[in-house]
Design a protein around this ligand. Structure first.
Ligand SMILES: O=P(O)(O)OC[C@H]1O[C@](O)(CO)[C@@H](O)[C@@H]1O
Length: 428
């Protein structure tokens, strides 16, 4: 992973080289704390050990029974789906990957009606085993399989903790089961059993993904000037403190669109604590040059734009054209056009004094995906240390869960009362 901070040196808000060097002293202290947490496999910090602790052979063995599946359906939500979706979308593959990570009845029905249920491997993923959306979707998928006379126990495996509903289900029906690693919050679990089982069924090289992650881990050091991940985390933090309270994650690759969604959970759920936290915005290049870029360039100077691209990509020529005004396109390639737009957008933001950071990987392949996921996770952990927040908890999401459960009669939760007490001002 390569990080270029050049376009934050003269931006507003911006960071001078002297400011970065002063910040580097705090990075050194934060790195010490991170390394101590990793050494003790402390909750959360353990995620930065996954390149060594994840066992690709264990994952491959667990999914071996599903080797001839035409499709793989991951039933999970948040970090229990987004890591796998990021890896699978980035790498593609002959086995189609689908993700049921919402409880929209129309979407769920449309998906289940389209799947070859008798040849679909189902991975039900939940660390807690209690997440309502995931368990509800599993019950619906199981019923659909039974209605299609498909033996769901032959096509289902679970990825879960040591205890809970899914573990009990696996034991009752003798389902293959992968364990969610201890001390790894869902948003940090992409490089574990949680994020890699789907990729294994698709036949991707798990060892190469983990090798890319390990390369980024090896660069973690006491200085942001030696570590792309820390450079990104420290600059994002310092820019937020100077007013760039939004971080627009804008990959220039369709295959990284899910990555922006994964990043949004990682950044928001880790850093949004006690009234602070940089707001992630999901964008996509070049598409959002024709929409959000207007705001990014001409709006308030309250945003950092993160521009991500591979340095190499498979390309496709643009045919010559008889249309005079378009002759400049003919004989070029789509990749050249996309790269020109990336660089033009980067320069456009810089010319307007809007801070932006360039993040590159060699290619969107196994190693590149491993580098990018690990790099952003380490950047997030560093940011959390510098901001002094509880990076690995997410208490604020529990209130709504209790309210929803109360509304469905799943218990007596005072949060549910707030729903009926809603102030209304309805305009028809
Ligand atoms: O894996 P589980 O326990 O189903 O949790 C799914 C997601 O829900 C959250 O716990 C938030 O509710 C996320 O942190 C997590 O990624």
């Amino acid at each position: 992973m390569y990080v270029d901070l050049g376009n934050v040196l003269d931006s507003t808000p911006g960071l001078s080289r002297e400011q970065l060097e002063r910040l580097d002293d705090r990075v050194a202290d934060a790195h010490e704390r991170i390394e101590a947490g990793r050494a003790d496999a402390e909750h959360g910090y353990a995620a930065l050990n996954l390149p060594e602790t994840t066992d690709p052979d264990e994952i491959r063995a667990a999914v071996e029974p599903f080797g001839d599946a035409e499709a793989v359906l991951t039933v999970g939500i948040g970090g229990s789906a987004l890591g796998a979706a990021t890896v699978s979308e980035a790498l593609g593959g002959d086995v189609d990957a689908y993700f049921l990570d919402n409880v929209d009845p129309e979407d769920t029905t449309r998906l289940l009606d389209s799947l070859p249920l008798d040849s679909t491997a189902v991975n039900v993923v939940s660390r807690s085993g209690t997440t309502a959306e995931t368990l509800a979707n599993f019950l619906v998928v199981r019923e659909a399989m039974e209605s299609a006379d498909v033996d769901w126990t032959e096509q289902t495996f679970v990825t879960t903790g040591d205890e809970g509903n899914l573990r009990q289900l696996a034991e009752k029906h003798d389902l293959p089961a992968l364990k969610v690693p201890d001390g790894v919050p869902g948003r940090f679990s992409a490089l574990s059993t949680v994020g890699l089982a789907c990729a294994a069924i698709q036949g991707h090289d798990l060892d190469a993904i983990l090798a890319g992650a390990a390369d980024e881990a090896d660069k973690l050091s006491g200085s942001l000037f030696d570590s792309p991940a820390y450079a990104y985390g420290a600059a994002s933090y310092a820019l937020d403190r100077r007013g760039a309270t939004v971080n627009a994650m804008m990959p220039y690759a369709e295959s990284l669109e899910y990555f922006a969604e994964w990043f949004a959970q990682l950044w928001a759920e880790s850093l949004g604590k006690e009234g602070v936290g940089q707001t992630p915005a999901r964008a996509l290049g070049a598409t959002d040059q024709h929409s959000q870029l207007q705001l990014y360039r001409a709006g308030r100077h309250d945003k950092l734009v993160t521009l991500v691209r591979p340095r190499e990509r498979e390309d496709r020529p643009i045919p010559e054209t008889e249309l005079e005004g378009l002759s400049y396109l003919g004989g070029s390639t789509l990749g050249e056009l996309l790269d020109a737009e990336f660089e033009a957008t980067e320069a456009s933001l810089a010319a307007a004094g809007q801070p932006n950071i360039r993040v590159e990987i060699d290619r969107v392949d196994e190693r590149g995906v491993g580098e990018l996921l690990y790099g952003m996770e380490a950047a997030c952990v560093l940011y959390g240390e510098l901001e002094n927040v509880s990076t690995f908890t997410q208490p604020a999401v529990e209130w709504g869960k209790r309210a929803a459960r109360g509304l469905l009669g799943g218990g007596d939760f005072e949060e549910a009362d707030a729903v009926s007490d809603k102030t209304r001002l309805e305009i028809e």
